[in-house]
Design a protein. Structure first.
Length: 209
C-alpha cells in the first residue's frame, strides 16, 4: 500500500517518472547484439533466467548462509543464542529475495509491455503465496511445481467453470480458497512433501516393513 501510494502521487514523478510507463517494442540486452521483441524470445529469455536463479538458489541452499537462514526460520531466538546475527541474516535474506522478485517484476514488465501500480495489488501477492503454499515452501522444485499447478488450474479448470457458469470469474477466489484449505488439512508442507511420501511408499511397496 505504501509503494502504491508513492507511485500514484504526482509530486513524486521527478523520482519515479510517472504512474504509467510503456516498454519499447524491442529491448536490447547487450546493445544491438541481443534484443528481445517477439513472444518466443521473451519466453526463452524468461526460461533461461528461471534456470539461472533456480541453479543459484539450489547452490545457495548448500552453503553456511542457508544453514543460518534455516536456523532462524526454525527458531530465531535459539539461533541468536548460538551466535547467529539475527538482524543481519534476516536483512540478507530479505535482500536476496527482493532482488529475485525485482528481476521477476522486470520480466513481467517486458511481457505485458505496460506498467502501472494497479498491476501489483494484494491479489497478485495472495496468488504468489498460494503458489508457494501449494508447491511447498523452502524448496526450489516446490515453487516450480506450485506455479505450474496453479497456472494449469487457472487456465483449464477455471476456464471450464467460466464456460459452464456465466459467473465463473466470481468463483475463482472461492475455488483457490478451497484448494488452500484442503492443502493445509491434508499436507501443510505442500505437493513436494506429498510426492516425497509417495516416493517413499513406492520404494518400500509391497513390503511395508
Amino acid at each position: 500500500m505504501a509503494v502504491q501510494f508513492f507511485f500514484r502521487r504526482g509530486e513524486f514523478e521527478v523520482i519515479h517518472g510517472g504512474t504509467q510507463q510503456s516498454m519499447p517494442g524491442e529491448i536490447g540486452l547487450v546493445g544491438d547484439a541481443l534484443t528481445i521483441g517477439s513472444a518466443n524470445e521473451e519466453y526463452f529469455f524468461a526460461l533461461v533466467m528461471l534456470a539461472v536463479f533456480a541453479l543459484l538458489t539450489m547452490n545457495l541452499s548448500r552453503t553456511g548462509i542457508a544453514r543460518m537462514f534455516r536456523a532462524l526460520h526454525e527458531n530465531d531466538l535459539s539461533a541468536q543464542v548460538l551466535g547467529i546475527n539475527r538482524f543481519r541474516n534476516k536483512l540478507l535474506a530479505y535482500a536476496i529475495g527482493g532482488f529475485m522478485v525485482g528481476v521477476a517484476g522486470a520480466l513481467y514488465t517486458i511481457y505485458i509491455g505496460f506498467i502501472t501500480p494497479e498491476f501489483f495489488s494484494i491479489d497478485i501477492t495472495l496468488l504468489h503465496y498460494m503458489m508457494l503454499l501449494l508447491g511447498g515452501m523452502g524448496r526450489v522444485w516446490g515453487v516450480i511445481l506450485g506455479v505450474t499447478t496453479v497456472e494449469l488450474l487457472n487456465h483449464y479448470i477455471l476456464q471450464t467453470l467460466i464456460d459452464i457458469f456465466p459467473e465463473g470469474t466470481a468463483l475463482e477466489p472461492m475455488f483457490f480458497g478451497i484448494i488452500i484449505i484442503v492443502v493445509l488439512i491434508v499436507e501443510p508442507k505442500g505437493l513436494m512433501a506429498a510426492l516425497g511420501q509417495l516416493k517413499e511408499y513406492l520404494r518400500k511397496w509391497p513390503y511395508a516393513y
